[in-house]
Design a binder for this molecule. Structure first.
Ligand code: ZN
Length: 423
């Protein structure tokens, strides 16, 4: 038995008994964006998922300032088959010793990137005569975070915060999801990337670099920045104006459809860029330091604010909100996942500023996965594939196409499913 792993993903993940009853080996492939990833997992009767091995190769986009979809497609075509070939040889996987099932990210993501992985997975499925299951990428992020936690059971809430999505989801099982808050425009990761670029922040992952830039400001400097009012340009010496989205007096405090809105942050930063120009390239410029800090604070405050509104609406405290519907009354856990879940300040705010006790009557356990688990990898696709397969008893036929936009609550509402014969 091969027992090896790389990076910091734990090899053995404890799974509650009711989630895993079958024993099989699974090959998982992830290629939804700019990471070519492959993993081999085993699930056993004693309720453990074992990560036998995994590896990944990432396209570097730092010199072009962001991911270009056609470049990512070309990268996967160039890299993925070689990566999988090396991985299979290393793990002695071939037609005489195949895995029992192949999981591959079907969506959401960049269509060319998804297609590259899916075509390869279909080829392996035909060659080995083994079933294929297209896995939802965001379910992967959630399940990776779930398995990094102890003692977590359905139902629970998950905050997905990445470059592709920002949503709060209520999960009743691995196949039953309700989106509580979605974004009305762009994802938080995209917004932070674009804002960071306007501020002259450089790197392969600009949102992460922005977080690091802000982390490096001294506590004294941050508290001196905190004292300024940014609701009006003239109220601070930096000429910066920004307000929490969707908090205007003409809007209901608890809307029927609670949403996130991040595009406004970018427009504000584009305006600032026009005014301040090249001076923002200088990291020592107080304007840049102030704006980077207050911008990131407000973007994250917006996430916390909308989640608190959802607690009010779906909580149990009729004194706080007369028509609350108690939808969250059984919720004890909030699992945070996606690339932005690695943001250090978001972690602090989630731990200190959520008002679950006030609106739901009890504190929520906040599960923040190891930062190394927040980025894309194939282990998460393997875990989500196992959970989905165990709950649904479904795999896919070979006609399935990538689904670039795939709402999590439509996970079963797509074509190509067929009953699994996996024993
Ligand atoms: Zn992702």
């Amino acid at each position: 038995m091969l027992l090896r792993y790389t990076q910091r993903i734990p090899r053995v993940l404890r799974v509650p008994q009711r989630w895993s009853r079958r024993s099989y080996r699974a090959l998982a492939i992830e290629s939804s964006c700019d990471d070519s990833c492959v993993a081999l997992l085993e699930t056993s009767d004693d309720s453990l998922i074992t990560v036998l091995d995994h590896c990944k190769s990432t396209l570097s986009s730092s010199d072009v300032g962001g991911i270009i979809p056609t470049e990512a497609h070309a990268f996967h075509q160039f890299r993925l088959a070689n990566l999988v070939q090396e991985f299979l040889a290393k793990n002695e996987i071939d037609s005489t010793n195949p895995p029992d099932v192949i999981f591959c990210t079907r969506g959401p993501g960049l269509v060319g990137s998804l297609a590259a992985g899916l075509q390869l997975a279909k080829g392996l499925s035909i060659a080995w005569g083994k079933p294929l299951l297209g896995v939802h990428h965001m379910l992967g992020h959630i399940m990776m975070a779930v398995h990094d936690s102890n003692s977590l059971e359905f139902p629970f809430l998950s905050l997905l915060a990445s470059g592709g999505h920002t949503m709060l989801v209520l999960l009743r099982s691995a196949i039953d999801h309700e989106i509580i808050i979605d974004t009305m425009d762009v994802a938080v990761g995209v917004s932070l990337d674009k804002c960071g670029r306007e501020l002259g922040i450089k790197g392969n992952m600009i949102a992460k670099e922005l977080d690091l830039f802000v982390q490096n400001l001294s506590p004294e400097e941050k508290s001196s920045f905190d004292k300024w009012d940014i609701s009006k340009r003239r109220n601070n010496p930096f000429g910066f104006q920004l307000q929490l989205p969707l908090k205007r007096p003409d809007l209901p405090l608890v809307p029927d459809n609670i949403q996130f809105a991040f595009a406004g942050f970018q427009s504000s930063l584009q305006h600032i860029r026009k005014v301040k120009g090249e001076t923002l390239e200088d990291d020592n410029n107080p304007d840049k330091r102030f704006i980077a800090y207050r911008l990131q604070e407000l973007v994250l405050d917006h996430i916390i604010d909308r989640i608190n509104v959802s607690f009010k609406k779906h909580g149990t405290n009729t004194e706080a909100y007369a028509t609350c519907d108690s939808k969250f009354s059984e919720i004890k856990d909030l699992v945070v996942s996606g690339g932005v879940a690695a943001n250090s300040r978001l972690r602090e705010k989630l731990n200190s500023e959520l008002k679950s006790e006030k609106f739901i009557g009890h504190e929520l356990n906040i599960h923040l996965p190891d930062i190394a688990l927040c980025t894309d990898n194939a282990v998460m696709i393997g875990i989500a594939g196992i959970e989905f397969l165990n709950a649904s008893k479904l795999v896919n036929n070979l006609s399935i196409l990538p689904i670039p936009k795939w709402p999590l609550n439509d996970i079963l509402n797509v074509d190509g499913y067929t009953p699994s014969t996996l024993k």
